[in-house]
Unconditional design. Structure first.
Length: 220
């Protein structure tokens, strides 16, 4: 394998994500109804805003998606609860194998390329204990459009100063992997849940369950 630089798509393949607790009034804290709809709308709003040419940063998009999800589910969401849920994006925790897996990949130039706003990414890296691990933390805020627009993926070869074919792109989101594959990156899908791939006419170059598997694959 000739991949010399690793670019990590969204942070979700490294982090355990957001838990919707405490739940808004009237909601079972153990239910994934709010978190599932919130995440779906969050992504949908990035794509709709990209198509409409009406960019807002990911923090604002995430707030709007939470507001819609609460309204759609008939939930009361006081400002303090909404703020607490949003703050979860600033305090993400990593899956247990991530620090060791990234250490095993330290011979490569590692970077993040994310829909997240710069503030969200800085906070996520700090809360995950990954400061100093990544040579670049790139946000779509630089180009004011969301993935999978090719202008986002172009940030990586531009910042890393290498050809796109020298970059390995890793994400837990199949749609993101598909976008990166269409752009010309070598791609790896971190499929922790064993989900089926989307029918987009593109396949990742590799599929793994954890970042440890990725490190083993690249080092082989």
């Amino acid at each position: 394998m000739t991949v010399r630089n690793g670019v990590y798509g969204q942070a979700h393949h490294m982090t355990t994500g957001i838990s919707p607790a405490p739940a808004p009034a009237g909601r079972d804290p153990g239910s994934d109804g709010l978190s599932g709809l919130w995440r779906a709308k969050q992504l949908e709003y990035t794509w709709l805003r990209s198509l409409m040419g009406r960019y807002e940063d990911f923090w604002k998009v995430t707030e709007s998606a939470l507001l819609f999800a609460c309204k759609n589910l008939g939930l009361s969401s006081p400002p303090a609860t909404g703020a607490q849920l949003m703050d979860g994006y600033l305090n993400l925790k990593v899956f247990p194998e991530v620090p060791q897996a990234l250490s095993a990949l330290s011979d490569y130039t590692l970077a993040i390329l994310s829909n997240g706003s710069p503030r969200m990414l800085q906070a996520a890296v700090k809360s995950a204990g990954l400061e100093g691990v990544f040579a670049h933390v790139m946000s779509v805020d630089e180009v004011k459009i969301y993935k999978p627009d090719p202008r986002v993926y172009q940030l990586a070869p531009r910042k890393l100063k290498v050809a796109r074919t020298a970059i390995g792109f890793v994400s837990s989101n199949f749609w993101d992997v598909a976008g990166a594959r269409a752009f010309g990156f070598w791609t790896c899908w971190v499929n922790r849940s064993g989900a089926p791939p989307d029918e987009l006419g593109l396949s990742p170059d590799a599929t793994v369950k954890t970042l440890t598997d990725l490190a083993d694959l690249i080092k082989a």
